[in-house]
Design a protein around this ligand. Structure first.
Ligand SMILES: Nc1ncnc2c1ncn2[C@@H]1O[C@H](COP(=O)(O)OP(=O)(O)OP(=O)(O)O)[C@@H](O)[C@H]1O
Ligand SMILES: [Mg+2]
Length: 256
């Protein structure tokens, strides 16, 4: 059984149909890359999965549990949304770290808030976890630094540690390197690659085609709110079936 099943997701903004009957699934431990032109609906799809947008229709299952059924009359409560959102970790294009907190605090904060008022996980255990994640991200020496003292690539690696600290079942990336200078892109991609090697279940929206081909187990190409084509990376990149996929990829091959 797949870890994530997305069925019939549709989303409109006024009269603009941004997502039209999106269906896909993702197996435990696999990496799914979503590629597609600007405006094709990639971010909106990630936002629907993370309960930042409410789809007009469709259903989302994680681990066999129906997380969202947009057809249901009754909307979920805020608390319920927060709880269900924990299935997903989200790493944004522009980091979104708290500027007033140190690197370590940025990673521990959400976990502390989550544990508040519950059977207490010791704060020392939360800090130890955060340190292990920062070490994994190659940032052990930066735990007391503030975000403005870090490069963009370092900030993004803190954001990845923060997302992992909440132990999401599925880690989502929305163009994690597109705000970075090319020389900083590599260090973030290496971290994502290492997570893939550890069989972290990931959904990666990216414009880095070589990276997507290398790291993903499965690729989805979206255009104008639909999944035009999907398959193993070597097939989608090497022998695309659809004309629209070929056109999109040839624009990339020409450098834009
Ligand atoms: N909150 C909103 N209100 C109205 N329209 C929106 C909203 N969010 C997104 N859109 C529109 O939905 C369409 C899809 O946007 P989305 O951000 O999902 O595209 P994308 O594939 O992520 O593009 P990019 O590669 O540039 O990030 C666009 O036409 C966008 O203008
Ligand atoms: Mg986007």
């Amino acid at each position: 059984m797949p870890l994530l099943v997305v069925e019939g997701i549709e989303k409109r903004f006024d009269h603009l149909e941004v997502l039209k009957n999106i269906n896909f699934s993702l197996d435990q431990g696999k990496a799914l890359a979503i590629i597609g032109a600007s405006g094709s609906g990639k971010t909106t799809l990630l936002r629907c999965l993370n309960f930042l947008e409410y789809p007009d229709s469709g259903r989302i299952w994680v681990d066999g549990e129906l997380l969202l059924d947009a057809g249901q009359q009754k909307r979920l409560s805020e608390a319920d949304v927060r709880f269900r959102r924990l299935n997903f970790g989200l790493v944004f294009q522009s980091f979104h770290l708290f500027p007033q907190y140190t690197v370590l605090r940025n990673v521990t904060l959400a976990v502390e808030l989550l544990n508040r008022g519950k059977e207490q996980t010791k704060n020392s255990a939360i800090v130890a976890d955060a340190r292990a994640l920062l070490n994994q991200m190659g940032l052990s020496d930066k735990e007391n630094a503030y975000p403005h003292q870090l490069s963009g690539g370092q900030q993004q690696r803190v954001a990845i540690a923060r997302a992992l600290a909440l132990k999401p079942k599925i880690l989502c990336f929305d163009e994690p390197t597109s705000a970075l200078d090319p020389e900083l892109t590599g260090e973030v991609l290496r971290v994502v690659r290492s997570l893939a090697d550890k069989h972290t279940t990931m959904l990666i929206v990216t414009h880095e085609m070589a990276f997507a081909r290398d790291v993903a187990d499965h690729v989805i190409f979206m255009d104008q709110g639909i999944i035009v084509e999907e398959g193993p990376p070597d097939q989608v990149f090497g022998q695309p079936k659809e004309e629209r996929t070929r056109q999109f990829l040839s624009r990339y091959a020409q450098g834009g």
